[in-house]
Structure formats: C-alpha cells, structure tokens
Ligand binder design. Structure first.
Ligand SMILES: [Zn+2]
Length: 223
C-alpha cells in the first residue's frame, strides 16, 4: 500500500500534474500573521536540518532556519497571499488602439510545487484590447505575483491569463511561458538544456494567423 502511494507521489512530480486552476489552499491559509508563520516554519526547518545530520550550533548554519522561513513567507511565496495581489486597474481605451500589445521577456522566478525547486525563465504576454487597456507594468507585476507561489507551469499560465481577461474585459489574451525547471535539470533525468514551454490563449488568439503574429514577434526578440 505504502509503496503504491510513494510511487504515485513520484509520478505526480514527474508528470507535473496540477489538479485545478486555483492553487490548492487551506481554508485557514492566512489566519496566522506572517510573523507567526516565520516563527513556525523556522522550527520545522530546524528539524529538517537536524534530521539531515547538520550541527546547528555552527555559526554558519545557526541562522539558516530563520533565513529560509523568512525567504519562504516574504519572498519566494509572497504570492500565496491575496493581500499581495497587484491591483489591476484598467483604463478606457481612449485612443482606440485595436491591435496587439505584447509585453515580452518578463522574468519568471518561481518554484515547482512538487519539489520546491526553482523554475526560471520568461513569460510573453499579449492582448488585443476592446474597451479597456491596462498599465504595462501591471502585467509584469501580475506575472511576478503568481510566480511567487509553489507552482505548476500550466497553472501559472492559466492564472495569469484569466486575471488579465477579467481586468481587460476581453478573452483576447495570450500567455506563453518558457522556463527551466531545476527539478528536471538537477535531479531525476538531469537534463541540463531542456526548456518547458506552455501556451494558453483565448478569443482572437484562437485564430492561427493571430497567434502566429504573436509568436513571430516574440521570436524576433531573440534574434
Ligand atoms: Zn518539480
């Protein structure tokens, strides 16, 4: 029984399956303050290090549980907490711009939820406005916010797209992410050169010629 369960856990990590568009969160996810969370994670991480056999009386290691706990709550996973979500205020499309707007090479600094190892790469996002437009940096901020959670790349793509579709009041949004997963390059298959690319789109981007316009433009950036 236990063997089967462990097998399933490994397979889930390798296939990068995700179960839902929403990050699975507990109901009490944010009942505790950040300070309480840091206190608790610090204690647990200390246990992990001790179990690995590390001597935490050593000057170099003694502060590590606190540093890791603070990094998890305040930096790497700040995007779990909805209170940190950027406000996506949109504006009336006064100039009547009706073509594609592309924001490319947005940095992805994320972590895979199956191994808690870094995912690094780039997001390329585009939309074709209807009545509403959005400040450019808001797209970068939204990508940053959703990246800073334990993630699955497919879900990250969807979460960014859905929020932009809502804020812009149009389905005409495309999100492409190309990234490297440390869990693929440094463990398991240990492939150092492969990239994972995911693409989610709606509305006008369902048309192959519109999608190609986006893909060609993004490609040029790299030439
Ligand atoms: Zn992984």
């Amino acid at each position: 029984m236990r063997e089967k369960l462990l097998e399933r856990i490994e397979a889930m990590g390798d296939m990068h399956l995700s179960t839902n568009t929403d990050t699975p969160l507990r109901k009490d996810a944010f009942d505790k303050s950040d300070t309480e969370k840091i206190e608790n994670i610090q204690l647990h991480f200390r246990k992990i290090m001790e179990e690995l056999g590390l001597d935490l009386t050593d000057d170099s290691l003694s502060g590590t549980p606190y540093r890791v706990a603070k990094m998890y709550v305040k930096e790497l996973f700040y995007g779990l907490n909805p209170k940190n979500k950027p406000k996506l205020s949109s504006f009336e499309n006064k100039y009547g711009y009706g073509k594609m707007l592309i924001e490319s090479n947005i940095t992805i600094d994320s972590a895979c939820e199956h191994h808690f190892l870094p995912i690094t790469g780039f997001a390329h996002v585009a939309y074709i406005p209807n009545e509403r437009v959005i400040g450019l940096s808001k797209i970068n901020r939204l990508v940053d916010y959703y990246s800073h959670r334990p993630q699955v790349q497919e879900r990250l793509c969807l979460q960014i797209m859905k929020d932009l579709q809502e804020a812009l009041d149009t389905k005409n949004v495309i999100v492409m992410i190309s990234s490297r997963h440390l869990c693929v390059s440094s463990r398991g298959i240990k492939d150092k050169s492969s990239y994972t690319t995911t693409l989610e789109y709606g509305g006008e981007f369902n048309k192959v010629e519109v999608r190609n316009e986006f893909l060609n433009s993004v490609k040029q950036e790299f030439e």
